[in-house]
Design a protein around this ligand. Structure first.
Ligand code: AHG
Ligand code: MN
Ligand code: MN
Length: 333
């Protein structure tokens, strides 16, 4: 049986639900998926092309950038600035907003992305990925500006991520559910493998870097300790799983349920993950799949970034666990 629902066929089939849609968003998603195919290839062959190393530069977060971070960034900037749909781009790897080939005023959207997430894992064959979110410009009659990125996640029109692992997968949502695709290398096409992914209401896995335990607040520590005890009803404790690539830890949480957490701590009072191109897009996916994503007290999608590289705490996953976290740690029902 030939795989009928390729990404572009699926996206265009969804367009029929919105007769007045211009097809622009569909075109964007396909362009982004082409970038992901390129990066998937780069990651798979980096080992023998000497691309595992560092560039010797540090990005705006003071982190040493890997050659693959830079390569993935360049692929996406080149592909997406020429698509003329985006007035401006933001990349984790660039200090400021990126001009595109869209002429003045052209391009209804702006795009923010993490070109290669989990790059500390490069070279050890642990999954990495790309994360993106698309926002509509605040004022379509004006050229895009830095301010168009400083909108709440509730204004996202599309978001998604890829995972470069044993298979290359692509998960996205445009606000009507979450859909998962798998790259068929023989076709060079992303093929639909999971339509309308729903996150289980609760799970049995927690995912956190326990190396930070001594920096957590008492209440965060109490929450994680509780997950590691058998319940009053005699149910087994949760299992711990932590890959250290957000896309891989999040994707497993989305499909199996449970909770991923990267809370603030005494070393990182603003959090470790980036709000605009890590937390917001994955929060959009989590909520579209029936889960929750908070920074502690607030829904991530209600937060407005103060700057394009702002960091945030990120606790996401099954509704039940995230609610228990918010109640225990912040006293909010
Ligand atoms: P990036 O590689 O884009 O900088 O992201 C790394 C992030 C994320 O992938 C992961 O969840 C987190 O860093 C791991 O942080 P720790 O090493 O502090 O656990
Ligand atoms: Mn990242
Ligand atoms: Mn990155």
């Amino acid at each position: 049986m030939i795989p009928t629902q390729t990404l572009s066929r699926f996206i265009h089939s969804k367009r029929r639900l919105y007769p007045d849609s211009t097809g622009e968003l569909s075109d964007l998603l396909v362009s982004i998926s082409v970038g992901m195919k390129y990066i998937s290839q780069m990651v798979a062959t980096a080992g023998f092309k000497g691309l595992h190393g560092y560039t010797g530069k540090t990005n705006s977060h003071g982190e040493e950038t890997r050659m693959l971070d830079e390569e993935a960034d360049e692929v996406l900037v080149e592909l997406l600035s020429s698509s003329r749909h985006f007035g401006l781009l933001v990349s984790e790897e660039r200090d400021s907003v990126i001009e595109t080939e869209a002429a003045n005023g052209e391009g209804k959207y702006v795009l923010a992305f993490d070109p290669l997430d989990g790059s500390s894992n490069i070279g050890s064959n642990i999954p990495t990925g790309t994360i993106f979110c698309i926002l509509r410009k605040k004022d379509l009659s004006k050229p895009a500006s830095h301010d168009d990125f400083l909108q709440p996640g509730s204004r996202i029109v599309a978001a998604g991520y890829s995972v470069y692992g044993a298979k290359t997968s692509f998960v996205y949502s445009t606000g009507t559910g979450v859909h998962g695709f798998t790259l068929d290398p023989s076709l060079g096409e992303f093929v639909l493998t999971d339509e309308n992914i729903r996150i289980p209401r609760n799970g049995s896995i927690y995912s956190v870097n326990e190396g930070n335990t001594c920096y957590w607040s008492e209440r965060v520590r109490a929450f994680v300790d509780k997950l590691k005890e058998p319940t009053a009803a005699g149910e087994a404790p949760y299992s711990g799983r932590y890959v250290g690539s957000l896309v891989a830890d999040f994707d497993r949480t989305l499909r199996k349920g449970g909770i991923f957490l990267y809370p603030t701590d005494s070393r990182r009072p603003s959090g470790r993950l980036r709000l605009l191109y890590e937390c917001m897009p994955l929060a959009f996916i989590a909520e579209q799949a029936g889960g929750l994503a908070i920074n502690g007290p607030h829904d991530v999608l209600s937060l407005i970034p103060g700057d394009i590289h702002e960091r945030s705490a990120f606790i996401a996953g099954s509704e039940q666990e995230v609610r228990v976290y918010r109640k225990l740690v912040h006293g909010i029902e």
